[in-house]
Design a binder for this molecule. Structure first.
Ligand code: URC
Length: 304
């Protein structure tokens, strides 16, 4: 069984694996149990393409075997963070199967948190807190260092003041008035690439990024922090993460502007609604779409 590709054609991408392998890992330390629930997707690229061209499966590590590998490595090595588990899997696929030239593992973590009962952390009961989702993607080519991305999704935020949007382009297409004091709401998604993998505490970076986002959006509890635009707040978050976390090489941040429009109730003055600063119309779609990726000019400042 051998075949070559038709004249004039070439592969642009090629890969196969198991999608969405669901896994719950329970670490039992006496009465204290710790859980991690992940959805893991694997992808392998083989040196040969005879599987695609000729139906010759002799180099193929079945997607079913890739699924089993996820369970077996979780059992043998435990599960600490999505990034460490993805690194373990990519390392395993490359070292065990010499016909594999590249592999990518992506993981979505389910946001379980330990329950707190009467102020005390529960030994074995958890609550699902989908306020922010943690994902990661590790890609590794044979002979090269792995590329590690962490992703953060779905962090919905809203503040009722300390946000304005004024002095934007005034022309025949504009209908929006200057807004000196508006509601600011967004659903943050972010992803960041690590400069290396040596001595990186992925969990600590995760906690710092969440704090930087919340600090720049909310500010101090009594006074808040002023935002002249989504763009400006977004830049400040990116800048702070890159300054505070030398292990982060670049970061992408997307902050849709979820509009809450003031409702004009001035027609109803005889029922006492002359000025309305309390009732707003939440508009799901369309939303403003504000995004940027910030990297480093000077790679020497990154912790490679
Ligand atoms: O912070 C904002 N940036 C914009 O670019 C924009 N455009 C818009 O209509 N509202 C806003 N708000």
């Amino acid at each position: 069984m051998s075949a070559t590709m038709e004249e004039g054609l070439k592969w642009v991408t090629r890969g196969y694996g198991k999608g969405h392998v669901k896994l719950l890992h329970v670490r039992r330390e006496g009465a204290v149990h710790t859980i991690k629930e992940y959805e893991v997707s694997t992808e392998l690229t083989l040196a040969t393409d005879k599987d695609y061209l000729a139906g010759d499966n002799s180099d193929v590590v079945a997607t079913d075997s890739q699924k089993n590998t996820v369970y077996i490595l979780a059992k043998h090595h435990g599960v600490t963070s999505p990034e460490n588990f993805a690194l373990l899997l990519t390392e395993h696929f490359l070292s065990k199967y010499l016909q594999v030239t590249a592999t990518t593992v992506t993981i979505r973590e389910y946001p379980w948190q330990r329950q707190v009962v009467d102020g005390r952390a529960h030994n074995h009961s958890f609550i699902f807190c989908p306020e922010v989702e943690h994902t990661c993607k590790v890609s590794r080519k044979r002979g090269e260092l792995p590329e590690v991305w962490t992703g953060l999704e779905g962090m919905r935020l809203l503040k009722t003041t300390q946000s304005s949007f004024v002095n934007f382009v005034q022309d025949e297409f504009r209908s929006l008035p200057d807004m000196q004091d508006r509601i600011f709401s967004t659903v943050v998604s972010a992803s960041w690439r690590y400069a290396g993998i040596q001595n990186i505490d992925f969990g600590k970076t995760w906690i710092t990024v969440i704090k930087v986002i919340k600090d720049n959006f909310s500010g101090p509890a009594e006074t808040g922090i002023y935002s002249p635009s989504v763009q400006n707040t977004l830049y400040k978050i990116l800048k702070d993460v890159l300054i505070m976390q030398p292990e982060v090489l670049e970061m992408k941040l997307t902050m849709p502007n979820k509009h809450y429009f003031s409702i004009d109730l001035s027609k109803f003055q005889n029922v006492g609604t002359k000025h309305n600063d309390e009732v707003f119309h939440p508009v799901d779609k369309p939303a403003g779409n504000i995004t940027a990726t910030l990297g480093r000019r000077d790679l020497a400042r990154a912790r490679l």
